[in-house]
Design a protein around this ligand. Structure first.
Ligand SMILES: *Cc1c(COP(=O)(O)O)cnc(C)c1O
Length: 356
């Protein structure tokens, strides 16, 4: 592993005073981590340096063919003031799976961890402390060759930027309305749906806009072949609590394997809640609701942690779930998971990595 050079800024920015107005992903810290790749040297010159723009040739591959992948995780401030991460190595391992699909080089997980730790040390004061706030961390890899031929780039840049973020639920955990998209699709099996790549998001923006205009905050995607199996929501995986089990769609190639999703499955096991990873149609969900067997529904992802679903709209029919309230189990998962992340609950599964 190459030691990380650290160059601290001479011009620290003013930090936001009011932590209730942080929003999401609009303010960036004083530093960033950067390293570059070419086939001769591999990843080289890892450095924490002052946050700032990259100057790039307009012919750079990433601008044209979206050879790009990213990750999303958070750094949490404990009550005692210390900082901690949640399953960060799983994020870098997932990034390597995305890299493989997009013909990009693997990163050495411990090298990325070392860079992240140095960055967090430099920007430690940027981690907010108001309950529910955190420092959002965005590792990214882009293709940097200058050419318009459609080939894998030879050179790449990996960087990590950080953004102090407000509480996702400013007024406490609240159920959302979700629109089931029955025409547009996000991903198909065999494609890149299982990777965290910008193109998946570019493909999803239109449906998100349309759903928002209709008064729904998120889109629930169906499978791209038959338009009937539930895949996932925006940037969240979906869970349905039926009478007999907690069900989530299997990772079949077009769904992103969320670390929160995996954590919920493991916590359910710990709590003695039966789980099933199986294909499920929207019709199944609406039928179960009609029979009174759909108890709760929620989405999971790093940003929202657990997001209760109160309404589901599909082909002009809407169902209400848990009476539009937060389900009991949903609340339990939210409390347990955020408790582990902020260090107020025992980390029984060894997920927490302190920053020291
Ligand atoms: C990041 C992401 C998720 C959630 O993954 P987590 O690891 O739980 O944050 C779900 N779906 C998509 C499409 C995503 O990009």
């Amino acid at each position: 592993m190459v030691p990380v050079r650290v160059t601290l800024t001479q011009h620290p920015k003013e930090k936001p005073q009011d932590e209730s107005k942080l929003g999401f992903g609009v303010i960036f810290t004083d530093h960033m981590f950067v390293m570059d790749y070419n086939p001769e040297q591999g990843w080289h010159d890892p450095e924490v340096k002052p946050y700032g723009p990259f100057v790039m040739d307009p012919g750079t591959v990433v601008f044209h063919y979206s050879q790009e992948i990213f990750e999303g995780m958070k750094c949490y401030r404990r009550k005692d003031g210390g900082l901690q991460l949640f399953r960060p190595r799983d994020n870098f391992a997932r990034m390597n799976r995305s890299a493989e699909r997009l013909c990009m080089p693997q990163i050495e997980i411990e090298q990325a961890m070392a860079g992240l730790m140095e960055l967090l040390k430099a920007d430690a004061d940027w981690v907010p402390s108001t309950p529910g706030t955190s420092l959002y961390i965005r590792p990214t890899m882009i293709a940097t060759d200058i050419m318009l031929g459609v080939h894998a780039s030879r050179t790449y840049r990996f960087f990590i930027i950080c953004s102090p973020s407000g509480a996702y639920y400013e007024n406490g955990l609240a159920p959302v309305g979700i629109y089931v998209e029955s025409e547009l699709v996000r991903a198909v099996r065999g494609g890149v749906g299982f990777t965290k790549t910008g193109g998946n998001y570019a493909a999803s923006i239109l449906a998100g806009d349309l759903a928002e205009k209709k008064g729904y905050s998120q889109v629930l995607w169906l499978d791209g072949r038959e338009n009937k199996y539930i895949e996932e929501v925006g940037s969240m995986n979906m869970f349905f609590k039926f009478k007999d089990a907690l069900v989530t769609p299997p990772l079949n190639g077009s769904i992103l394997g969320g670390i929160t999703r995996d954590s919920i499955l493991k916590l359910a096991q710990e709590m003695g809640v039966p789980t099933q990873e199986r294909r499920i149609t929207v019709q199944d969900v609406f039928d179960a609701a009609a029979r009174g067997e759909l108890e709760e529904a929620f989405g999971t992802g790093t940003a929202a942690v657990v997001s209760p679903v109160g309404r589901l709209m599909w082909n002009d029919r809407e169902i209400e779930i848990s009476g539009g309230e937060i389900g009991t189990l949903t609340q339990k998962f939210y409390d347990r998971l955020t408790g582990i992340q902020y260090g107020t609950e025992p980390d029984t599964l060894g997920w927490v990595v302190p920053v020291e």
